[in-house]
Structure formats: C-alpha cells, structure tokens
Design a binder for this molecule. Sequence first.
Ligand SMILES: *Cc1c(COP(=O)(O)O)cnc(C)c1O
Length: 405
Amino acid sequence: MPGYEHFGKEEIKEVNDVLETGILMRYGFDGPRKGIWKAKELEQAICESFGCKHAQLLSSGTAALTTAMSALGIGYGDEVILPSFTFVASFEAVLSVGAIPVFVDVDDTLTLDPEAVRNAITPKTKCIMPVHMCGSMADLDALQAICNEHQLVLLEDACQSIGGTYKGKKLGTIGHAGTFSFDFVKTITCAEGGVVMTNREEVYIASDGYTDHGHDHKGVDRGADLHPFIGYNFRISELHAAVGLAQIKKLDTFLAIQKKNHTALKNALAQIPEVSFRRIPDESGDSCTFLSWFLPTEEATKAVVAELKAQNILAGNFYWFVNNWHYISKWDHLKHAITLNSLHPDLKAAVMHHATKDFAASDAIMSRCISTAIGLMWTDEQLKNKCDQMVAVIQKVLNEQKVAV
Ligand SMILES: *Cc1c(COP(=O)(O)O)cnc(C)c1O
C-alpha cells in the first residue's frame, strides 16, 4: 500500500541531485541550481500521469485542501458537505478557511451517499467534497449531477486514491479541483507533501500564489514579485519533491502489485457466503490499496476483530468504526468545537450541532466494515498465508456465533 515500502536507490539518486547543488528551495537561485528543478519536474510528471492541465505541489495534503478551497473562493458563511467517514484533515481544512463543515452519511461505497448529500443542501451550500476513501471512489456521476443542478463546486479529496480512476478519468482530476497527499503512508510519498490538481487556469494561478505568500511569480526577481492577494507559506521543498519524483516513476508498478494481491485476497474471502464487499461505482478504477469487506452484523465484525487480535494478525486490518482519526463517532474535539483560537459563534454552533446529529445510517455500514491494507512486498507465500489465516478466523467466528444462536 504505501510507497515507503519500495524506498531505494532511485529516491537516493533524486535527493542527491538536489544535495549536490545545495539549493533546497523550489523557487529562485536560477544560476546555482544548475538546471535542477525537482518540484517543477514533479508537477509536470503529475500532469502527464493523471491527465490534468495544472498541478501545484505543496507541503501536505491538508495544505492542498486548504489551498484548493481558498482558490475556489470557499470561505466565511459557506457550507461544505463532506462524509462522516474520512480523515480529520478534510474538516480541518474546511475550518481553516472559515467555512462550515456539514457531515452527511456514507453508504456501502464508504463514501458520500448522494441522497444524504441532496438532503443536506441549503442556500448556504457552496461545495461538495467527496473523499475517495481507501483507494476507491465516490459515485461521481451522481454527485456531479447534484453540483450542476445547484451550481456547487466539486472538490475531490483524493488523498487516499492515487492512481484510481472513474470511467477512464483519474480520481482527483474530475471535479473543479482535486487533491492528493504524499505523506509517508500514502500510495506514493514525498515524506510530506501534497498537490492540488485542476483543469482551470484561474484555480491554478490562485493556488500557485496562495502557497507562496501571494507571490505572482511573474518576475525573474522574487523580491520584485507582486502580491495580488494575501497568501501563506505551504511550499514544498526540493528535497521532498525529489523523493516524489522517484516514487511517481514507480506508481504503475505499485498499482499492478496492489491489483494482483487484492484480487487474490478478494477471491479467498469471497468463498465465505456471509462476507460481502464494498460497492465500487466503477470496479475497474479501484486503486486496490485496500480490500474493504463487510460481515452481516456488528457483533460478528467485532468478534472477528477480537479474534484477529488474539491471533496476533490484526495488523493491516482496520476497523474504522472505533478509529480515532477516521470516523465521526470518535471526534469529540470536533463535536465540542475545541479550537485554540476562537471561532465565530455561528460557526461554532454549526460545528457543535454534529454532537446530536444522527449518523445511524453510517453506523450501520461502518460497524460491519473491515478494510485490509494490501501490501506491496508480500511474497506469494505470505499472501497465501494471509488469505488462509483470514478465512480461518472469519469461519471460526461465524461458526461460534451459529452455535451461540
Ligand atoms: C492523508 C489524508 C489527508 C491529508 O494529507 P496530509 O498530507 O497527511 O496532510 C487528507 N485527506 C485524506 C482522506 C487523507 O487520507
């Protein structure tokens, strides 16, 4: 699953190119950098690999979401609809631009339920933010139809689905803008990093300036650049971009390994009639970083998790329902709107509203779901063992529960 599993001499070579010039910054120093522009080169490679017109690298996926929202004009008073199952970064970014996060249920795709989205639309809604969780996609046709109908912005959080596609297009390039994270545990990594992808020139120009204090990057002399608007510093360094450049060249290999291992594991679990799988709107576009599967009841799922733990083989299996970082049930800091700086009272009230909101539909999905991370380095023997062990655990638990009934 994560690119760090495949770290090697290619990454070292790219980083050394930068170290030899000593120019660690992505802008300026045209002479001493001796033609080494790793961030620019990686942006070019991203445009080519994913088929988008523009790519702006930055320091993290969280910064990418914040930047994309700012560049799309999302801010004070705007509501952003996002799923109850995501990573905390998604709502951190919404709050960072002063907008209102509105969480809605996920369905058996583990992503936004289009009906729940429809029901959440108000005159303040500005943006729908699907999160393509665990390597696979939201129902983008349905969400795009809602966006068109209500003239909303579609921002894809594709941080976890690098290389996935929907009807032939790469995830992250379909909405008004999309983001990837290149943090250490993502499909490809820069150690830390992220990107905003867009086909809209004005969104790209805004993102480019926003990540670098508003610099317009039009002059040859950084000090003489103009600042048409206020920005921040979300720059990526040349060292990080160099790692990413080595990794993007390996992406097709990673995806091929994931697909092979995912298929084997899925075929093994599919022998158990009680196991069902995540619904995938375009099955052929799954990036296969995870296999997400369901058991018939919460009780059976919890028993399987306990048995995996008892047998010391829980590692790599994620029960998101009780996870601190990914599911709304554990976000007490959000529900109490605990921030270090004070929020506008209306925003604070809107955030705290989620403490009493009903997510029974999400619970019914997430309480029965386990996601198994697909390793890049599994040998055939390890893969076979994994399949056998998991099938044995599931069958043991299901048999015990039958006896108990
Ligand atoms: C990792 C991740 C992010 C944030 O990325 P960072 O680079 O770690 O800041 C955002 N959204 C999702 C769904 C993620 O998994």
